[in-house]
Design a protein around this ligand. Structure first.
Ligand SMILES: [Fe+2]
Ligand SMILES: [Fe+2]
Length: 194
């Protein structure tokens, strides 16, 4: 399998036109890199799994995690990679359970980055840098805020990871703070070229 970020970005662009989906893929992937680094895992691999996890969602929302298999297979991603990608839709659009630590992180941060991103956009700075755990906890508890982001899934993710929900929130916020610059830079380059 040719694991190459440039190739993965080209594939993301091929299947996604909406800026939101491109930003989401980059964000989830970059946050996963933070968690990979923490335990000395393969940073690039985790980042690309995250980048491509919703590859089929914009074009095939009804077949999410089904079309992904086809798309990724025809682009030479191997079964292990594909399984990790579709495990994020466990019990929603796939029956592949997140088993590896990396898959559990993907499952957890997918929805959680959505809440934190929405919260950042409410702030004058539009940035993660001046956010703290307390404000994230408040948004997490407020079910009407970013209500498309499933709190249940995030809680399940923390259970799978066997960590307290507050630890997951805190680490994910730290990951976004650390990766904000690179997320924005990469996003701007991609969007400018569409
Ligand atoms: Fe998804
Ligand atoms: Fe997603």
């Amino acid at each position: 399998m040719d694991l190459n970020r440039k190739k993965a970005i080209n594939l993301l662009r091929e299947y996604n036109e909406e800026d939101f989906h491109i930003l989401h893929g980059i964000t989830v992937g970059r946050v996963m890199e933070y968690f990979a680094k923490e335990i000395n895992e393969d940073i690039e691999y985790w980042g690309i799994v995250g980048l491509l996890h919703d590859i089929d969602f914009e074009k095939y929302p009804e077949e999410h995690c089904v079309k992904a298999v086809e798309i990724l297979r025809s682009n030479d991603y191997d079964n292990e990679f594909i399984n990790s990608v579709i495990s994020h839709g466990y019990q929603i659009c796939s029956n592949v359970e997140p088993k590896k630590y990396m898959e559990k992180i993907l499952y957890s941060v997918d929805e959680l980055t959505g809440i934190i991103n929405a919260a950042s956009l409410m702030r004058p700075s539009k940035s993660y840098q001046d956010m703290n755990l307390k404000s994230i906890k408040k948004k997490f508890k407020d079910k009407s805020f970013a209500k498309g982001c499933s709190r249940e899934t995030i809680k399940n993710g923390a259970d799978m990871l066997e960590i307290e929900i507050d630890i997951l929130l805190d680490k994910t916020l730290n990951a976004l703070k650390e990766k904000e610059k690179i997320i924005n830079e990469e996003y701007n380059v991609i969007v400018d070229h569409i």
